[in-house]
Design a protein around this ligand. Sequence first.
Ligand code: CMP
Length: 138
Amino acid sequence: MNKVTFAIIKPDAVKNNHTGKIYDHILKSGFKVLSAKLIKMSKNQAQNFYLIHKDKPFYNELTDFMSSGKCMVLTLEKNNAVNEWRETIGSTNPNDANEGTIRKLYATSLGENAVHGSDSDENAKKEIAFFFSESELI
Ligand code: CMP
């Protein structure tokens, strides 16, 4: 499974009309899109997706934001996908992100940071299964 990772183009980026530019950035970075769909998470869905952060002080803010509008969820394929995608998006805080990374280009703050990426192969598998059925992975 180290060929796939899970990504979200978050509500801030969709609202600011950056979806197309980020999708293009994904393809130009050598990823294949195995699945993609536009969704709006419920608060409950966002809480379950980010359950790992439930004890963090920003959990409520994070799940409010992630359920505030449309986002695009994607399954991406590339060798060493998890690490490659994390390199492509840059640091969680856009102030620390390298030039040319997606967060440097499109994120506005630590909370509204344009994109999500899985942090391990194990979590990538769980996160893909959270949003996609087998038949949607093409
Ligand atoms: P993401 O990669 O989606 O994983 C968890 C998210 O929590 C992270 O991106 C940030 O957007 C968000 N986050 C992390 N730290 C903070 C914080 N201190 N305040 C608000 N949001 C945060």
